[in-house]
Design a protein around this ligand. Structure first.
Ligand SMILES: CC(C)(COP(=O)(O)OP(=O)(O)OC[C@H]1O[C@@H](n2cnc3c(N)ncnc32)[C@H](O)[C@@H]1OP(=O)(O)O)[C@@H](O)C(=O)NCCC(=O)NCCS
Length: 158
């Protein structure tokens, strides 16, 4: 999937982890109470994945960063929307979580539309944060979605 280039930061030759190492990392993530890995299958083929990586330190443990991807030939059929909405549903059931955050290339219209439709708002734009091999610079957007009303966190504060 990384060979597509456009929507992922890592080029294929920059991914040095073995399949086993990735499996172990995802399994470890799934054991953290503020983190989760969701997989979408068509038969026995893995067609999509969404993971939430919760903050490890106490002050940021209420926030999880989200990543989402669907196999190229399976896109446009609702797999991404269903995975994202299941991830949000899971996160909303975790009392310790209050925010989901993500970074997405600003020109990734499909992903940005999907995130907006599911309640994510833009919190910032990093200009030229990605530089392609030909020198062309691209922006990315920082987006976030609150999981509970802000007054909850205010009343918890001190
Ligand atoms: C972004 C991605 C996860 C979306 O998954 P998907 O299965 O293709 O998306 P869906 O079919 O569920 O469509 C979800 C929404 O995307 C939007 N969308 C779908 N196709 C679109 C297109 N061609 N152009 C613009 N928006 C589009 C729509 O808002 C759609 O919602 P709707 O069906 O209610 O109208 C998938 O395209 C992907 O893996 N892309 C490469 C990796 C990537 O960009 N990941 C996100 C990086 S942060």
């Amino acid at each position: 999937m990384l060979a597509e280039g456009a929507w992922f930061l890592a080029d294929p030759d920059e991914v040095v982890l073995s399949v086993e190492a990735v499996g172990e990392e995802l399994a470890a993530l799934d054991r953290q109470p503020n983190s989760r890995v969701l997989l979408a299958w068509r038969g026995r083929t893995l067609v999509g994945a969404c993971w939430l990586r919760g903050g490890r330190l106490r002050r940021v443990a209420h926030e999880a960063s989200l990543e989402l991807m669907v196999l190229a030939e399976e896109r446009g059929r609702g797999v991404g929307r269903r995975l994202l909405s299941r991830a949000i549903g899971w996160a909303e059931g975790q009392p310790g979580l209050g925010r989901l955050v993500l970074a997405v290339m600003a020109d990734n219209e499909r992903a940005v539309a999907l995130y907006r439709a599911q309640g994510f708002v833009e919190e910032g734009r990093r200009r030229g944060s990605v530089r392609e091999a030909d020198g062309r610079e691209r922006d990315d957007l920082l987006m976030a979605r609150t999981l509970r009303p802000a007054e909850d966190s205010l009343s918890r504060g001190g």
